[in-house]
Structure formats: C-alpha cells, structure tokens
Design a protein around this ligand. Structure first.
Ligand code: FBP
Length: 331
C-alpha cells in the first residue's frame, strides 16, 4: 500500500475485503478506537496549559490515585464505543466491573478491553504515554456481555493495538495479519500508514527493567540481568522510561526486551493480563517476537479475574527465550 497516503480507514477496508463474510463490525470498532484516541491526543498535547494535569481526587479499582487525564480518557473510550451496536460489553483497567452497554443501544458480538491511559504517572512530566486495547468475540450465548466473555486467553484475541502519545501520535495494531503503524497527521486529522508490516529484530541490544527492584527479584532473574550486562559479544544498554507503551514501542522498532517480573512485594508483578500484557503479546508475536511470564507464553494464560496481574517479559525472541531458560533453570 502507498505509505503516507493510505489512511487507517482505507487500510481497514482493504483488510476487510480479504474476508468475504466480514460484516464491517470489526472495522467500525477500530475506527471508533482511533477516533477516541485522537480526542485523547488533543488533551494530552495541551495538558500543560489546561487544567487537566494532576490528580483527580479519586482512586481506581487498584487503589491507585487517578489522574484527571485517566478519567477523561476512560470516558472518551466508553463514549466512542458504547452506542455503535457492535459490542455487548467493555472492560477497562480503570473500572472495577465490566462496563455494560446501555439498554438504549443495540448490542453486538464483540467485547473490547482497554487501558485508557497507560503510564499515567508520567503525564505531568511530559513523557510519552499510551492507550492499549484488545478485541475479543463474546463467548456467551446471545452475547450477554458477562464477565465470562472477558476471561479468555490472548489466543482468542481478534485484534489488539496501542496508541502512543509521544513526539507524534501513532496507532499500532494487528488483526492477525502482521503489525502495521499509522501516524496521526494533525493537519489532516487522519492516521496515515507509516510503518507497514513491522518486524521486531530477532535479537536486541536494549533491556528495559526497573532495576530499583533488583534485590527483590529471584536469583534466576538477577542472573539473567547480570548476563545481559556482562555480555561481551552483544553490548546491551539499559533503557527504562517507566511508561509501558513507550518502552514497548521503542523495543518493537529497535529490538530489545522489556520486563516487569514478579518480586517479593508483588509476586505477580504490576501489569494487568487483560488490559496490558495480552494485547501487547499478540502484537509482539505477530511481529516475530515473544512474551512470557517466565514459564508460560502470555497468550496461553486464561485469566481468572478481569484485573489479574501477571509478570511480563516481552520483546525480541532471543532475549525473551533466554529469560525463560534462566527462570526454568535450563541455563
Ligand atoms: P498504569 O499507568 O496503567 O497503571 O501502568 C502501569 C505503569 O505505569 C506502566 O506503564 C509502566 O511500565 C510501569 O507501571 C512502571 O512501573 P514502575 O514505576 O514500578 O517501574
């Protein structure tokens, strides 16, 4: 496709034409997520000058202080998706329970999960943040939109993606046919195809760990990090922004490994399986990389609860596989 002149809608339409039975529902869902992200991008870009920075005087289901932009982004995602008649429910990292479709709107066969604004603790310091999303087909009879429709492993993802609000705003997604990236042209207000068929390098030179947690990691994980640090053949460098979407995006394009392991304080780590780990794992696998919790492939983990946390190690296949070997004692 002609880069720079192919907008997201055209790309989605041409992808849809590859499926003779496609109804267009899926295409519409991605278009609405893109629409919500444009509105979020506008607020993020001017966050410093309008009274949207700082705390929202409210806490989310995880007991974490909510940022004003969190609440705003969550509302924009819900508003963009609740009335389109393609979903039977939504799941948000910011909402305790699943988000039902109001009775006044028709329901559909899909559910969408999202982290409306990941890395929000970085908003006030102008560091790149992002929105992460995943699309599943409902599994309950008659698309009831119950918790059961969300307790699916990442293997069932129909599509997933993220939007990074950085020096430019980019939407990166997969629907099982590789990974493509679209950069928002603010002048036109359109996401234009800028990165077609993204492939992550098999081996990287970047590791992204919050090493302040080092002493709370198992000896196996500590030895893995030491092995990267002391590797003479491949000079690794440490890069950790502390904003998952930003760290993941850099490593996706340049190669490398991001990890948020479990530790003595948080045995299951910090990141959420449904809203963060599984959607990014689907993208990295489609780009030729890998994602693990140290034992299992992230995409094979079936959640027991909608806010389940998981250790996450994701990125270039070589470094992720090496992590798994250290944790399982194979090296
Ligand atoms: P949320 O902002 O969605 O809670 O995301 C969690 C997060 O900020 C990730 O973006 C990031 O990778 C991680 O937490 C950073 O955690 P820490 O500050 O403990 O290193």
């Amino acid at each position: 496709m002609q880069k720079g002149l192919t907008n997201l809608n055209r790309y989605l339409l041409e992808e849809q034409r590859k499926y003779p039975h496609a109804t267009g529902d899926f295409t519409f869902i991605i278009e609405q997520i893109a629409f919500a992200s444009k509105i979020i991008a506008r607020e993020v870009n001017k966050a410093g000058i309008v009274n949207i920075l700082g705390k929202a005087q409210s806490v989310n289901v995880h007991g974490e202080d909510q940022q004003k932009l969190d609440v705003y982004s969550n509302a924009k995602m819900i508003e963009a998706l609740d009335h389109i008649g393609k979903l039977c429910a939504m799941g948000s990292e910011e909402c305790e329970d699943i988000v039902p479709i109001p009775d006044k709107y028709p329901k559909g066969k899909y559910v969408v999960v999202f982290d409306p604004l990941d890395g929000s603790s970085n908003i006030d310091v102008n560091i790149s943040i992002g929105t992460i999303f995943g699309v599943y087909r409902a599994v309950t009879e008659g698309n009831q939109g119950t918790v059961e429709d969300f307790l699916q492993s990442g293997r069932n993802l129909v599509a997933s993606g993220y939007v990074i609000y950085g020096s430019s705003t980019m939407l990166v997604y997969t629907a099982g046919n590789g990974v493509s990236g679209f950069t928002l042209d603010p002048g036109v207000g359109e996401f234009l195809l800028s990165h077609e068929n993204i492939k992550i390098p098999e081996k990287g030179k970047i590791y992204s760990f919050n090493e302040a947690n080092f002493d709370r990691w198992t000896p196996e994980i500590q030895n893995y990090v030491k092995s990267l640090r002391s590797n003479k053949e491949r000079q690794y460098t440490g890069r950790y922004i502390g904003s998952l979407v930003a760290d993941f995006h850099r490593n996706l394009l340049k190669g490398g490994v991001f990890a948020y392991p479990g530790d003595t304080n948080n045995p299951n780590g910090k990141l959420r399986l449904l809203y963060e780990a599984a959607p990014l794992a689907y993208i990295v696998e489609q780009a030729g990389g890998a994602a693990t919790d140290g034992i299992n492939n992230i995409l094979d983990i079936k959640p027991e609860g909608i806010h389940q946390r998981t250790p996450l190690v994701i990125g270039s296949k070589y470094e992720v596989e090496l992590y798994r070997k250290y944790v399982t004692g194979e090296v």
